[in-house]
Ligand binder design. Structure first.
Ligand code: ADE
Length: 247
């Protein structure tokens, strides 16, 4: 997969995306992540790319010419062009999965007070927001999206199971994890995890996933399909939580 990021601040990306898992994936050729400096496409001798908006009002708007030219310098027929904006579709794990199947993604980071409407209407096929808050620019959003998408590209995570067990990947939050020592400051690892009984371990993990989701993000259950076993487990969880609550 290839991701090209159109930005006014290309330096921001190098360190984070070149490190650790994504750095390794790029070295091994599974991923190519490039940044394109929008200013390189300015026709202005000061390399400026923003203009005050027609009709007045405060602030500056990112104009169309340099952004169109930057995108067109890398665009192929199969490319998906995405504008990062607080007005976009809320980003989530499902969107990340969909994007991880695309061969070439072009991300446009907005800046200033906004971007010219023609970028939104005629250049970007999708608009994505990473949350209901406003950032100073799309760079942090592009980093979030790139990280979440790239780790789902087959082979990027060493262990195939790592992504399939993620929070959200099965519609639930993840179960708690423990490592050595079995007793740390008097807090013990749940015994079942030391038992070696994989059936019981799976059931424990499912139950704790359900418990985590119930306690922290019960809204996720609206889109979750409960199996018979899940229903039994969630009944136990509710009973235990009520007992704990009344202690
Ligand atoms: N640019 C500014 N705020 C943003 C947000 N919440 N998501 C994506 N891009 C943005």
């Amino acid at each position: 997969m290839q991701i090209d990021i159109m930005t006014l601040f290309p330096n921001v990306f190098t360190e984070i995306l070149g490190t650790s898992i994504l750095g390794k994936a790029q070295k091994s050729g599974l991923l190519t992540i490039n940044t394109v400096d929008i200013r390189d496409f300015s026709k202005d001798k000061h390399r400026s790319v923003d203009e005050p908006p027609y009709g007045g009002g405060g602030g500056m708007v990112l104009g169309p010419q340099a952004v169109f030219d930057a995108v067109e310098s890398v665009k192929k027929e199969e490319s998906e062009v995405i504008l990062l904006t607080p007005q976009g579709k809320p980003f989530n794990q499902e969107l990340a999965y969909g994007l991880s199947k695309i061969e070439h993604i072009i991300l446009i980071c907005g800046h200033y007070e906004g971007v010219d409407e023609r970028i939104r209407e005629h250049l970007a096929a999708k608009e994505i927001s990473i949350g209901d808050y406003v950032l100073t620019g799309g760079e942090a959003a592009a980093l979030v999206l790139t990280d979440a998408v790239a780790r789902l590209v087959p082979g990027v995570l060493g262990n195939v199971e790592s992504a399939s067990q993620d929070s959200f990947s099965m519609g639930l939050l993840e179960y708690p994890q423990y490592t050595r020592p079995a007793d740390y400051r008097g807090v013990e690892v749940p015994e079942v995890l030391l038992s070696g009984n994989h059936g019981e371990i799976d059931s424990f993990r499912k139950k704790e996933s359900l418990r985590n989701t119930l306690k922290r993000r019960a809204d996720l259950f609206n889109n979750y399909h409960f199996s018979e076993t899940d229903l039994e487990l969630i009944r136990e969880v509710i009973k235990e939580e009520m007992e704990r609550g009344s202690e």
